[in-house]
Design a protein around this ligand. Structure first.
Ligand code: ME8
Length: 539
C-alpha cells in the first residue's frame, strides 16, 4: 500500500490513542513503534510523498473518571500527568510522530460534536432504552451470550473483564443499516491485515446490532456532551475514533483522509473495522484504506495489561537496551501479526547480540587493520580489479559463492519491499539477517587475511555492500544504528536513499570500485576513531 505514486495525499498512519488510566507498557510501545516503522518506510520508499503519523491519548469515560478518583485527583490533572508519560515515551523511543492528540483538547471536543451532528443529519441516531452487560475496563456493552459467571463474578468471555448489568436511556446508531456497505468494504482482500482477522469480521456482520453511542451524564460525567442534550455524554469509543479526523483539522480540513493505515492491537479491531467505517459512511466520509491488527505481547503467556499489572516498563527497557535495541526486538520477535509473543528481557538481549554479532562483527572484521592494511600494502585496493580478477582466480567454488552473494545482493531490496508492503516487518528483518550471515560466511571462506590480496579485496567488496544495503533498508527499523553504520562505512547522507540500496546501480556508478570503497572505509574509520563499539556490550 505504501507503493503508490502520483498522489499529493500524505501517507497517513495512526496508532491507537491510549487510555490514560495507567502508565504505558511495552504493548503500547509496540503499536507506536510499528506505526513509526511504516511511516519511516513510506518516507524512504517515496521521499517526495508527505507522510503524516499521529498518536495520542484517550482521556474520557468512566474508566478514566474512576482512575482519577482512585488517585484522589481531578480528572484533568490526572490526565495531564499520564498523557505526558505517553508523550515522553514516544520521544524516548525515537518516534517521528507529527501530532500528539489528546481527546481533552477543545479542538477535539468540537470535532466530536460536529461529527455527531453529521450522524444525526443522516438519520442514523435515535433514542432508546438500552440494557446489557457493561465492562468499564473495555468501555463496551456485551450481550447476554457474550458473558459468563466466573468465581462468583460476571465477566466478558472475550476479555475476561468484569461486567455489570446496566439499564439506561441512551442514543443508538443505526449500525445494522450499514451491513451491506461494510460487507462490500470488507470483501476487498487486504483491507484488514492479517487475513484471518478480515474473515472473522465478515462472519460477525450477520449478527451486528445497532450501537449504543451515548451514556447518561448522571453515570458518565467525564466526556463530550451530546450536542443539544446535556443529559447524555458521547460514548467514549465514538469520541476516541474521531481523533483520527481531529488531527487533520476536521471539520474545516480533511486533506489526508482516508487514513492509509490504522495500526491497532487485535483487541480493538472490531471498533476500527466495524464501528468506525460505518460511522464514517454515515458522516459521508470514506472508510479507512487499511487496518493492521497486530497480536499481543504476553508475560508468561498471559496478555500484558494495565489492569492485570503484569507489565514491563518501557522506559527502563529503553534505558537499558537503547531505543534501537528494543525496537529491533519488538519488530523482529513480535512483528508477526497473527501470533502472540512472550516478552522476556533475556530475549531482548539475545536478539541484540545476534544483531551485533552479525552486523557489528562483519564490520569490524572488514575494517580490521590487518585487512585494510593488506589491501593497501599490496596496492590491490588501489587498482580497479573486480570482475576480471574474479574470473581469473580459477577457484570455482569461491566463484560460485560470489555468484550466490551477487544474487542475494541483487534481490535484497525487492525482497525487502515485497515483505514490507504486506506489513511483514519481522520477515523483512529476517531477510536482511540472512544476507549478512551469508556475507559473514563468504568472508570466512575467502580468508582474506591469509590469501591473495585479490580475495581480500573481494571480501571487502561483498561485506561493504551487504552492510551498506542492510543499513539503508534498516533505516526505518533501527534509525540510530543504521546511521552510525552508514557513517562508519563512509557513506554520505545523500547516498542513503531508496535508489542507493542497489547492488547493480552501485557497480554502474562506480560505488563498488575497490578504490572508492577503501577510501570510504578509511574515512569512515576516521570518524569513528574514538568510538570503540558500534554495538556497545550490554552491562
Ligand atoms: O484500547 N500487546 O486503549 P488502550 C500488544 N483507548 N499491544 C498492546 C498490548 C499488548 N499486551 N496491550 C495494549 C484503547 N496494546 C483505546 C483505543 S483508539 C481510537 C482507542 C496496544 O490503552 C494495542 O495496540 O487499552 C491495543 O490495541 C492498545 O494498546 C490498547 O490500548
Amino acid at each position: 500500500p505504501v507503493n503508490e505514486t502520483g498522489t499529493t495525499k500524505p501517507f497517513f498512519v495512526t496508532t491507537p490513542i491510549f487510555y490514560v488510566n495507567a502508565s504505558p507498557h511495552i504493548g503500547h510501545l509496540h503499536s507506536i513503534v510499528l506505526s513509526d516503522v511504516l511511516a519511516r518506510y513510506a518516507k524512504l520508499r517515496h521521499p517526495s510523498r508527505p507522510v503524516f503519523l499521529t498518536t495520542g491519548t484517550d482521556e474520557h469515560g468512566l474508566k478514566i473518571q474512576q482512575a482519577a478518583k482512585g488517585k484522589g485527583k481531578g480528572e484533568k490533572e490526572f490526565c495531564d500527568d499520564v498523557s505526558m508519560r505517553f508523550r515522553d515515551l514516544a520521544r524516548k523511543a525515537n518516534i517521528d510522530n507529527d501530532v500528539f492528540i489528546r481527546t481533552t483538547e477543545p479542538r477535539h471536543i468540537s470535532a466530536v460534536q460536529h461529527f455527531w451532528s453529521r450522524l444525526v443529519a443522516s438519520g442514523d441516531i435515535y433514542k432508546s432504552t438500552h440494557s446489557g452487560w457493561y465492562s468499564i475496563s473495555d468501555e463496551t456493552f456485551f450481550s447476554a451470550s457474550q458473558v459468563e459467571k466466573r468465581d462468583g463474578k460476571m465477566v466478558a468471555l472475550e476479555t475476561g473483564n468484569e461486567v455489570t448489568w446496566e439499564e439506561e436511556e441512551n442514543y443508538k446508531f443505526r449500525l445494522s443499516r450499514y451491513v451491506p456497505q461494510l460487507r462490500k468494504w470488507l470483501e476487498r482482500p487486504g483491507v484488514v491485515y492479517p487475513e484471518n482477522q478480515r474473515l472473522n469480521l465478515l462472519n460477525q456482520l450477520d449478527t451486528l446490532e445497532d450501537l449504543s453511542v451515548s451514556r447518561p451524564a448522571s453515570r458518565v460525567r467525564w466526556g463530550v456532551p451530546v450536542p443539544g442534550d446535556e443529559t447524555q455524554t458521547v460514548y467514549v469509543w465514538v469520541d476516541a475514533l474521531v481523533n483520527y479526523l481531529t488531527v487533520l483539522g476536521y471539520p474545516e480540513k480533511t486533506h489526508g483522509w482516508p487514513v492509509d493505515v490504522h495500526v491497532v492491537g487485535k483487541d480493538i479491531v472490531k471498533f476500527h473495522a466495524l464501528h468506525w467505517p460505518a460511522l464514517l459512511m454515515s458522516a459521508a466520509l470514506p472508510p479507512p484504506n487499511h487496518i493492521l491488527a497486530h497480536a499481543h505481547w504476553t508475560m508468561n503467556h498471559t496478555k500484558m495489561s494495565k489492569s492485570l499489572g503484569n507489565v514491563i516498563d518501557p522506559f527502563s527497557a529503553l534505558d537499558h537496551f537503547t531505543p534501537d535495541g528494543l525496537r529491533w526486538y519488538l519488530l523482529r520477535v513480535g512483528g508477526s501479526l497473527s501470533s502472540d509473543a512472550d516478552f522476556s528481557l533475556e530475549g531482548v538481549e539475545v536478539q541484540y547480540k545476534l544483531l551485533a554479532d552479525q552486523m557489528g562483527n562483519l564490520l569490524s572484521r572488514m575494517c580490521s587493520d590487518k585487512i585494510l592494511g593488506k589491501v593497501e600494502e599490496d596496492g590491490i585496493g588501489m587498482s580497479d580489479l573486480g570482475e576480471g580478477e574474479k574470473r581469473l582466480s580459477g577457484e570455482r567454488e569461491i566463484w560460485e559463492r560470489d555468484n550466490e552473494m551477487d544474487i542475494l545482493l541483487s534481490d535484497m531490496k525487492i525482497r525487502w519491499e515485497e515483505r514490507m508492503e504486506v506489513y511483514g516487518v519481522s520477515k523483512a528483518c529476517e531477510g536482511i539477517m540472512e544476507v549478512v550471515a551469508s556475507a559473514n560466511r563468504l568472508f570466512t571462506s575467502l580468508s582474506p587475511w591469509s590469501t591473495s590480496p585479490a580475495k581480500a579485496t573481494r571480501a571487502i567488496m561483498y561485506s561493504y555492500n551487504s552492510l551498506r544495503l542492510s543499513a539503508i533498508l534498516l533505516q526505518p527499523i533501527i534509525p540510530d544504528k543504521s546511521s552510525e553504520l552508514l557513517d562508519r562505512l563512509g557513506i554520505p547522507v545523500d547516498e542513503r536513499k531508496w535508489e542507493d540500496a542497489s547492488w547493480s546501480e552501485g557497480i554502474e556508478s562506480g560505488m563498488n570500485r575497490p578504490r572508492m570503497v577503501l577510501r570510504r572505509l578509511k574515512e569512515g574509520s576516521l570518524i569513528w576513531r574514538d568510538k570503540k563499539y558500534l554495538w556497545p556490550p550490554l552491562e
